[in-house]
Design a protein around this ligand. Structure first.
Ligand code: SF4
Length: 120
């Protein structure tokens, strides 16, 4: 059995988890204060994903960087290259929260949407 130490990111408590696993199967979890930590540990061992958040350039009278996020969860390993690709995208106001700014980034199936509304 292998062991990994993870910090649960489901809530601000940030429990330090000791996870025992074999292959992709979690055998034992310690350090969690609630059951959500068990689910987090299992997902983190099998397929660790995050919502990508970053900013891109925007042509606007009010701001010069637009907060954006991925529409879908992204495998943790792909985040650096997708953030780099996102930096190439430029938006132009007006933009509404949830507007698509890019679809299928680098053929990954990941779409980028605006996190806020900018009128002008
Ligand atoms: S194990 Fe439960 S209490 Fe601890 S950080 Fe995760 S969700 Fe929060």
């Amino acid at each position: 059995m292998k062991t990994r130490y993870l910090t649960c990111i489901i809530c601000p408590a940030g429990c330090r988890l000791k996870v025992g696993y074999q292959g992709k199967e979690v055998v034992k979890v310690a350090g969690n204060k609630c059951k959500k930590g068990l689910k987090f540990a299992a997902e983190e061992i099998v397929n660790p994903v995050r919502i990508l958040t970053t900013t891109i350039a925007i042509k606007s009278e009010k701001i010069c960087r637009l907060p954006v996020r991925s529409k879908q969860p992204v495998h943790r390993d792909k985040i650096p290259v997708l953030v780099k690709e996102a930096k190439r995208i430029k938006a132009r106001a007006p933009v509404r929260q949830g507007d698509y700014l890019a679809r299928d980034l680098l053929g990954t199936g990941i779409d980028l949407i605006s996190s806020c509304t900018v009128d002008s």
